[in-house]
Write a protein that binds this ligand. Structure first.
Ligand code: PL4
Length: 404
């Protein structure tokens, strides 16, 4: 018999999103005719656009020809795509050698957790995308689950609430090796200002910490004053790396393509480069992103692709406006949903899972309970703006009719 990995035994509940699906299935068992609308998981719904899908199709067809066939590529990704990301996303401030193409931000976060190992301490925004905490627990980068506090020992939870403008009180935050920071934030929809990010970068520099900056929703920022990348902030290259994704910006949730930028200046305490170790980990436990997906990524960053991306994002952001307006009309206080595809709705004094169940059972609308993202999410519900317009409209009509 093989002994179970004791770190996995520490996880105190099922992963959030499968649990939501389980509850949805339960409703369908009880009421097979229920027409359930999902505003839960942030999953894209709209078809790929013309130029971008042509990039994918052209590549797939090419694979069926002698001249167009390719097998394994470089583990770090196509040089052309690495350069193009450096140029078109970072305006030339990031070198191709600092960009590593991946099969998605979530997968890279897992591999980063492998690279940093079990000997690190970790801080997360509370609430946060669950992968930061659960992945850290799996690799053993925490102590045990502390029942009394309902938190994991060894993880610093940086409370982000309306009271502090969803930005942590860094003066009262313990020093950790790693700081996960997501902006635009999942789930609150808050976007950190440049001043706030500068404060974060200075905090990391003073503490010799490394920031893992998750910018998966950066393209949803329409306010030009807000930073789309941590690298807009002076001093960030010495203290931060950034993960990003094509998933939400062009609908590649199923195609799978992302990237991580590890600047040359980012060092471990022995002076060695993080970039070099990331390259080693990438080459060892990853075999490169799909060559078809990478051609889709290249097409996405052409002028035509970028124009299509803006249209797709505008569509989802109009959904966000519709949801936010409806909740406002119902007297529910909301946050986010302006520069991010998530609306963070407050139900003061209520238990998030109870509100989730009420919305599911009365309206047949799936949401995500805020407490699934951390203790500070209790009393909140996350509404995702990813959906067909018709479904969004019907969902808000049901909410208005059956919830208030
Ligand atoms: C559902 C902050 C969604 N089963 O697609 P990827 O891997 O490039 O990006 C994943 C990702 C990375 N970083 C942030 C994210 O919010 C996401 C996707 N999050 C959500 O509803 O919160 C999809 C979640 C998926 C999962 O577990 O990640």
């Amino acid at each position: 018999m093989v002994r179970r990995n004791s770190n996995i035994a520490k996880l105190h509940a099922g992963y959030l999103f499968p649990e939501i699906n389980r509850r949805r299935r339960k409703l369908l068992e009880q009421d097979p005719d229920a027409r359930i609308i999902s505003l839960g998981v942030g999953n894209t719904t709209e078809p790929l656009t013309g130029h971008i899908s042509e990039g994918l199709v052209g590549s797939a067809k090419g694979l069926g020809t002698v001249g167009g066939y390719s097998g394994y590529g470089d583990e770090q990704g196509l040089t052309e795509l690495r350069s193009k990301i450096g140029e078109r996303v970072y305006g030339g401030s990031v070198d191709a050698g600092e960009v590593f193409i991946s099969d998605g931000a979530k997968c890279d976060i897992g591999r980063l957790q492998v690279m940093f190992g079990s000997g690190v301490t970790v801080a997360v925004q509370d609430p946060a995308y669950p992968v930061y905490v659960d992945g850290s627990v799996i690799v053993g980068a925490t102590g045990g689950y502390n029942e009394g506090r309902a938190l994991f020992d060894g993880i610093e939870y940086m409370s982000c609430t309306p009271e502090n403008d969803f930005f942590p009180d860094l003066q009262n935050t313990r020093r950790t090796d790693l700081i996960y920071f997501c902006s635009p934030n999942n789930p609150t929809g808050a976007v950190a200002s440049k001043k706030q990010l500068k404060e974060l970068v200075d905090f990391a520099a003073d503490n010799r910490s490394i920031i893992i900056f998750d910018a998966a929703y950066s393209e949803f920022i329409s306010d030009s004053k807000l930073p789309k990348t941590i690298f807009d902030v002076k001093g960030s290259r010495e203290v931060a790396l950034e993960v990003n994704s094509f998933s939400k910006m062009v609908g590649f949730t199923g195609v799978r393509l992302g990237w991580t930028v590890v600047p040359d200046e980012l060092k471990f305490d022995d002076g060695s480069g993080v970039n070099r170790d990331w390259d080693r980990v990438t080459c060892t436990i990853f075999n490169g992103a799909s060559n078809i997906a990478q051609q889709g990524g290249l097409a996405s960053l052409d002028d035509e692709g970028l124009a299509e991306m803006r249209e797709t994002i505008a569509y989802y952001m109009e959904n966000a406006r519709i949801i936010k307006d409806a909740l406002d009309e119902m007297g529910v206080t909301t946050y986010g949903g302006v520069n991010a595809p998530y609306i963070w709705a407050h139900f003061p004094g209520r238990n998030s899972w109870d509100v989730f169940e009420e919305i599911l059972n009365k309206c047949h609308v799936v949401t995500t309970p805020g407490s699934g993202f951390g203790p500070a999410g209790e009393g909140f519900i996350r509404f995702s703006a990813f959906g067909h317009r018709q479904d969004i409209q019907e969902a808000v009509e049901r909410l208005k009719a059956k919830l208030r």
